[in-house]
Design a protein around this ligand. Sequence first.
Ligand SMILES: [Fe+2]
Length: 300
Amino acid sequence: MARPHIEPFVDRSIDFKRFTLPGFSKGMHYKMLSVDNGTGACTMTVKYETGYKQPPGMSYTEVEILLMSGTIKYGKETFRPGHYLHIPPGVAMPEMKVSRAATVLMMYNFAEPSFVESDEHHRLAMPGQLTSVNAYDDIQWQPSSGAIYPAVAPGCMLKVLKYDPLTEALSFLYCMTPKFWQDNISYHDSAEEAYHIWGTSHMMQFGELPTGGYFWRPEYINHGSFSSELGILAFGRTDSKLHNYFHWNPWTSPEENRERAAAQLARHRPQLFNWTKSPDGHNHPHDFEYPDAKDNTHYI
Ligand SMILES: [Fe+2]
């Protein structure tokens, strides 16, 4: 079951709750931003109390974390705001101590949050896939055209944090410059979620999204035009390729948008399109390079 459309949502409008799932230490509080009721996959704003301690351990599912305020000691390192972690499933994390009350954006992308104490990786883990970087200080902004085509208007820039080569799913920081505007309408084949770390933008369909604003937007939903008076800093994530289907009709439905996307595919790749829609079972293609990968699954 996919996550429902949530837009706009502002986490400042609700209180933190105690996070009490088994395995996690006391002193963790959360605001649920979106959840898949079938798998337990979710995105949360999480607040750690000063002095919070987590022993070395691992999660059974992929975790992404963006530190937004406070200071976290993570093994021998000290993380400051802007630090981003992509922890693949089963990859051992060192001891974590919160030396100054910290707020993070936390994403469990494929299953419910889990934590088990361990000082070694799971035997199937892929530690080489770990990403640990301060996204504010150590990555340059790039035009969106460097990662997304067709690109959004020039005042919206990106820092790519995670790119999945099998699904083309992306995680990224993005910003809008002051007085940014884009006057067309877009939709994608992917679901997308975003969280406003700072700043307010305006979307024609959904109104203002301020600091603490969040959306989970399923595929093929119209969004745009949009603008920002003073600019924004935000985190975004998709679950597959982020392709901008631009158009100018605000009244189309998700079903019409999907039809239009399929018509584009038929024009761009007619041989492949016709083969996959033929009645001989071709709509479940087999990939000899990734024989275990199923539709819409991650490669780790
Ligand atoms: Fe979008």
